[in-house]
Design a protein around this ligand. Structure first.
Ligand code: GLN
Length: 488
């Protein structure tokens, strides 16, 4: 096996046994990036010299007898996560020249664990989108079919993983942005419980929904990454002060006695038949592993999308008010007065989707409309939360498709925001409810990967990982790799 094809846990094994060095591993991944990133366009920024330096340090530390949970493992970060001294563009012109003077808490934790940072991956501008087509710089392509989108907004992270251009990655998930691209690219992605992972240093989109999540080539890698990045952080007042388990301890190959709910709202109209077929087979595998399967209902599912598209833009309109050309990034030159400077900075700096969200959000929050839209949406959010609460009284986890379709063509939905928004019908409810959910490969439709979504209660990461791991052990989907067209 080639080094860039390794999973994190396989690489750690070889590193610990001194069969490979972090330097060799990093070189192999960097060579892979040179070979395929022109096709996938997963990365916005690459830091090969720094990566080699960090790999050397990791080798020295290991030689000196020091260990770290991820010592010498090359990793990619979505470009809305701050890493000191590197551009953090958020896929936006307005932050093109922004270089954060500090590390996000997740980056500090990964650094302390010995990670080698490869660079920053592409995303939809400010994480608003489901295809990476909203990146101000370029569209990332799906390694399974370069004419298709990798999903979004963490499309760069998902494509990089799927094309073996990194061993692991971080994404962010506000309404599905870790899980949906993971599903479309055939990798594993986990959205942790709201508050499980610190948001300090994650550029805010919708603060009550945003959560950083691990992405990996398999479930074990996600468990390893989550064990490192999770935990309380005094710098994020919404971070939970509960102990972090070693998530790899939860991974067992059977599901005896586990209760798995299948929400009836997650099947039927709008879901591609091939996706539904793969899902039905996956549920049978869970049953064969000993799980008790039962039907359940999440009756307010149909309201999740409209609620999200009131609340997320409302929060975004407030969060993005800070980009006015004064403190961060782009500033329009030669404006005659301060108002004109704001206007020109934002007009030039933001792309169409971001402007649409700011307008939607400002409208929903404005006097006279607040009660009818924002407040009402908050109330329906509570109903959506209660749906899950009730389902988890009866079931340990609920399962369904991650996305209604496989990867779509580049350009297919770019002019139709509503169609694009529908990509997230099954992933948005979990963000609104604040619960955890994971997507992992469960088959193919039309030759493209399909994702199985496993949702668990608040702090139910161990359960979700356990179900995912058992399923993964019983199937071969995660070991299928794309042949990038140029290689054929
Ligand atoms: N696709 C959704 C949106 O456009 C979710 C994005 C995300 O999770 N960051 O808002």
């Amino acid at each position: 096996m080639k080094l860039h094809e390794l999973t994190i846990h396989e690489a750690l094994d070889l590193l610990q046994r001194r069969e490979i060095s972090a330097t060799e591993l990093t070189q192999a991944v960097l060579e892979r990036i040179v070979a395929v990133d022109n096709d996938t366009k997963a990365y916005l920024t690459l830091t090969p010299e720094a990566a080699c330096e960090e790999a050397r340090t990791a080798d020295e530390l290991r030689a000196a007898g020091t260990d770290g949970a991820l010592l010498g493992i090359p990793l990619a970060l979505k470009d809305n996560i701050c890493q000191i001294g590197l551009p953090t563009t958020c896929g936006s012109r307005i932050l093109e020249s922004f270089v954060p003077p500090y590390d996000a808490t997740v980056v500090t934790r990964l650094r302390d664990a010995g990670v080698v940072f490869l660079g920053k991956t592409n995303l939809d501008e400010f994480a608003m989108g489901s295809s990476t087509e909203n990146s101000a710089f370029f569209t990332t392509r799906n390694p399974w079919d370069l004419t298709r989108v990798p999903g979004g907004s963490s499309g760069g992270s998902a494509a990089a993983l799927s094309a073996n251009e990194t061993l692991g990655a971080l994404g962010s998930d506000t309404g599905g942005s870790v899980r949906q691209p993971a599903s479309l690219c055939g990798v594993v992605g986990l959205k942790p419980t709201y508050g499980r992972v610190s948001r300090y240093g994650l550029v805010a989109f919708a603060s009550s929904l945003d959560q950083i999540g691990p992405m990996g080539k398999d479930v074990t890698d996600c468990a390893l990454l989550l064990s490192v990045i999770a935990g309380h952080d005094p710098r994020d007042s919404t971070s939970l002060d509960t102990p972090v388990p070693d998530y790899t301890q939860a991974l067992r190959p059977e599901l005896e006695g586990l209760r798995v709910g299948v929400p009836r709202e997650y099947f039927g109209a709008g879901t591609q038949p091939g996706v539904e077929m793969a899902l039905r087979k996956a549920i049978q595998v869970l049953a064969d592993l000993g799980a008790k399967i039962g039907e359940t209902s999440l009756p307010h599912t149909e309201y999740a999308l409209p609620v999200y598209y009131l609340l997320a833009p409302a929060e975004a309109s407030a969060n993005l008010a800070r980009y006015d050309g004064v403190k961060y990034g782009y500033s329009a030159p030669d404006a005659p007065d301060v108002w004109e400077a704001y206007r020109r900075t934002r007009q030039h700096g933001f792309g169409a989707e971001v402007k649409r969200r700011i307008m939607l959000g400002t409208y929903a929050l404005s006097a006279g409309y607040y009660d009818a839209y924002y407040l009402k949406a908050q109330k329906v959010r509570t109903l959506i939360k209660q749906d899950f609460y009730r389902a988890f009284q009866e079931f340990d986890v609920v399962v369904g498709p991650t996305a209604p379709t496989v990867a779509f063509k580049i350009g297919e939905k770019a002019q139709d925001p509503l169609q694009m928004y529908l990509s997230d019908v099954f992933t948005i409810p979990q963000n609104l409810a604040g619960i955890c959910a994971l997507s992992l490969p469960c088959g193919f439709a039309d030759g493209l990967p399909v994702g199985l979504q496993i949702s668990g209660p608040v702090l139910g990461e161990e359960l979700v990982l356990r179900v995912a791991y058992a399923y993964e052990q019983a199937t071969e989907w995660h070991s299928q790799k794309p042949i990038i067209k140029k290689e054929r």
